[in-house]
Design a binder for this molecule. Structure first.
Ligand SMILES: NC(=O)C[C@H](N)C(=O)O
Length: 349
C-alpha cells in the first residue's frame, strides 16, 4: 500500500437481519480487493478503489452471536452496539452497523441520543434481499455505507439505504417490500449516492467541540406509544398511562389533535402528567408538525403534554428512553425533551 495517509479504517458491526452475510461473501471482489496486501493479523478487508474517492477503505467485520432479526432487538442491543463503538472509537475512522430493517429506525434514533460528542460517522444499513441472492441490495448498501463511513466527515448517526444518506433519527421505514425502504419525510436528505456521491453539506451537523465520546449507561424501559383512534376505549388510554409507565408518545391526529369532546381522556392525560409522566405529542401523519392550531390540539398542551413538533415516533420513543434514563431532575428532563438535541426535530423559538 503506497500512501498510508489515505487509508481509512472502518469497523463493521454485523447484528443480523435479512442482510445474511456469510464469510464467503467477502471473497466477492466487489467487497474485497484480493490484490491489496493487508497485514493478515488485523483481519482487515480492503474495499476496491472507487472512482472519484481518493481514500482507501479497509474494514473489519465484528459479527454478533446470535445474529438477530431486528424485531427481537431492543434497548440492551442498542447498548451493546454503542459500547462496542465506544471501545473501538480511537482505532477506527468510521463505523457501519448492519441491522435488520424492521427496527432500524429505532436503533439509529437511539444511537444518535446515546453517543454524546460523536465526531465520526456511524452508518446504519441493512437490506431487503439477502446478500447471496442475485438481485440483492445488500452489496450496494454495504459498499455505499463503507464509502460514507470511510471517506466523509459526517459526525452523525446516519442511515444509508438505496442510494440515500439520511439522518438516523429522522428516518422511518416506509416500505416493507421495495428496496427504497427508508425515507426522512420531515428532513432533507443528507446526501445521495449515485454515479457520484453528493453530500448536502449545509444539512450536516457540526462536529462537537468536545471530542471525548461518552455513552449513555441507562435507558428507561417503561414507555408506551399511544395511538389515538376513533372510539378509542378509555381502558386503552388508562393502561397506556398507568404506573409504571414513565414516558408516552401520544400519536395524535393531524397537527396534534385528540377528540376534545372526550373529557375523560383529557382528565387521564392530566393525571398522568401530574404523576410525572412525560407525554410527547406527535402526529400520526408521515410528515408535518404538531401545532396547537385547533381546540382539539390546544387542549392537549393545556394539560402539560409536550409538543413533539415534527419528530418521528421512533425518535420520540428513543429520546424518552435516553432522557428518562439520565440522572437529572424532572424539570431538566422536560427541558431536554423540548430541545433539539441531535437534529431530531425542528424547534421554533
Ligand atoms: N429486511 C429485514 O432486515 C427484515 C427483517 N425482519 C429484520 O428486520 O431483521
Amino acid at each position: 500500500m503506497s500512501d498510508f495517509s489515505k487509508v481509512k479504517r472502518v469497523l463493521v458491526i454485523y447484528t443480523g437481519g435479512t442482510f445474511g452475510m456469510v464469510l464467503n461473501d467477502v471473497g466477492d471482489d466487489s467487497l474485497h480487493d484480493p490484490n491489496l496486501r493487508v497485514p493478515e493479523e488485523h483481519h482487515l478487508l480492503a474495499l476496491p478503489l472507487v472512482k472519484g474517492e481518493s481514500n482507501r477503505v479497509l474494514y473489519k467485520i465484528k459479527e454478533y452471536d446470535p445474529l438477530l432479526d431486528s424485531s427481537n432487538m431492543a434497548g440492551n442491543d442498542w447498548m451493546r452496539i454503542a459500547k462496542d463503538i465506544s471501545l473501538m472509537y480511537e482505532l477506527f475512522d468510521g463505523f457501519v452497523v448492519i441491522h435488520g430493517t424492521d427496527t432500524l429506525a429505532y436503533t439509529a434514533s437511539a444511537l444518535s441520543f446515546m453517543l454524546h460528542n460523536l465526531a465520526k460517522p456511524v452508518v446504519v444499513t441493512g437490506s431487503q434481499i439477502p446478500i447471496y441472492k442475485t438481485c440483492t441490495d445488500a452489496k450496494n448498501n454495504l459498499v455505499s455505507s463503507l464509502l460514507i463511513a470511510g471517506c466523509y466527515e459526517i459526525p452523525e448517526v446516519c442511515v444509508v439505504f438505496a442510494n440515500k444518506l439520511l439522518r438516523g433519527n429522522r428516518t422511518v421505514k416506509v416500505n416493507c417490500n421495495a428496496m427504497e425502504a427508508f425515507d426522512s419525510p420531515n428532513a432533507p436528505l443528507l446526501g445521495t449516492l449515485n454515479s457520484v456521491i453528493n453530500i448536502n453539506r449545509s444539512q450536516i451537523r457540526p462536529a462537537p467541540r468536545d471530542k471525548l465520546l461518552a455513552v449513555t449507561g441507562v435507558l428507561e424501559k417503561n414507555l408506551a406509544i399511544l395511538k389515538i383512534t376513533p372510539d378509542i376505549s378509555i381502558n386503552v388510554i388508562r393502561s397506556a398511562l398507568e404506573e409504571p409507565i414513565m414516558g408516552v408518545v401520544l400519536e395524535s391526529y393531524g397537527s396534534g389533535n385528540i377528540p376534545s369532546n372526550r373529557t375523560e381522556i383529557i382528565e387521564l392525560l392530566r393525571q398522568a402528567v401530574d404523576r410525572g409522566v412525560i407525554i410527547v405529542n406527535c402526529t400520526q401523519c408521515l410528515s408535518g408538525s404538531v401545532a396547537a392550531i385547533y381546540d382539539a390540539g390546544a387542549v392537549v398542551e393545556g394539560v402539560g403534554v409536550l409538543s413533539g413538533s415534527d419528530i418521528t415516533s421512533e425518535a420520540a420513543y428513543t429520546k424518552l428512553a435516553y432522557v428518562l434514563g439520565s440522572n437529572v431532575p424532572q424539570n431538566r428532563k422536560i427541558e431536554l425533551m423540548k430541545y433539539n438535541l441531535r437534529g431530531e426535530m425542528t424547534v421554533t423559538a
